[in-house]
Design a protein. Structure first.
Ligand SMILES: C[S@@+](CC[C@H](N)C(=O)[O-])C[C@H]1O[C@@H](n2cnc3c(N)ncnc32)[C@H](O)[C@@H]1O
Length: 224
């Protein structure tokens, strides 16, 4: 069985990014990496949960499709997009990215669809191959159970990517690792290679201030 996400939908929504921005959890490093991605058309965020709009602030993506297996998290995301009102840590993220409230409103308007699907099986995602210019995941692939599971799920997740398209994301290493894949540079390199992708960044950043996680692996790459 796949390891569980660290918190249920409501608790996650309240705990992470709901109040003050917490430096040291790796978020600021991920935002830096995302700002290297050029403007894109269709962006698919996998394991999106309720937080795609946080990452959207650092990106310039025309249309967001958020996919998660948990309907409740997607409902929270849709309601948030309709509210157009940045909350808690989102204000800091706007400032860190040199953006303002009007930019957030635009990000909200760009949420074009939410889809409920399991992204960690061998089954194809509900997106056509070549239909996405950018595929991201934050905290999804780190829930895989073994190197084989990680590379297979990576492959399925990046099948929708168009040639030349971008991939970006991050996975935290849990302090209680039971059942979770052990993340490493060779693992990421193998996953990139198997999916015909070129890594542009694979970086492990130490995390402080969260007893559940001790580092985060951040990556950027492109499909050949
Ligand atoms: C650590 S949370 C990250 C949420 C969000 N991406 C973020 O940056 O805060 C992991 C997310 O993956 C989703 N998830 C877990 N297993 C999944 C699966 N098999 N298929 C699709 N989504 C999954 C969870 O519902 C949750 O939203």
């Amino acid at each position: 069985m796949t390891p569980q996400t660290i918190a249920g939908a409501g608790e996650y929504w309240d705990h992470y990014y709901g109040s003050e921005f917490v430096f040291g959890l790796g978020t600021e490093h991920i935002l830096d990496a995302l700002q290297r991605v050029p403007p894109t058309g269709t962006w698919a965020d996998l394991g999106a949960g309720s937080e795609s709009l946080l990452w959207s602030i650092a990106l310039d993506a025309h249309r967001l499709i958020a996919i998660d297996r948990d309907e409740q998290r997607l409902r929270i995301l849709r309601a948030y997009a309709l509210s157009r009102e940045p909350r808690g840590a989102y204000w800091t993220v706007l400032a860190l990215c040199g953006r303002g409230r009007a930019d957030f409103t635009e990000c909200c308007a760009r949420v074009s669809g939410t889809l409920a699907a399991d992204c960690l099986t061998e089954a194809a995602l509900p997106l056509r191959p070549g239909s996405a210019d950018l595929v991201t995941q934050f905290g999804l692939l780190g829930l895989t159970t073994s190197p084989g599971h990680f590379t297979r799920a990576w492959h399925v997740c990046h099948e929708p990517l168009t040639p030349g398209g971008w991939a970006a994301g991050a996975n935290w290493t849990a302090t209680r690792r039971e059942g979770r894949v052990r993340l490493s540079r060779p693992l990421y390199q193998a996953a990139f290679t198997r999916s015909g992708m070129t890594p542009l960044l694979i970086e492990q950043v130490p995390v402080s201030g969260d007893p559940d996680f001790d580092s985060v692996w951040i990556y950027l790459g492109r499909k050949q």
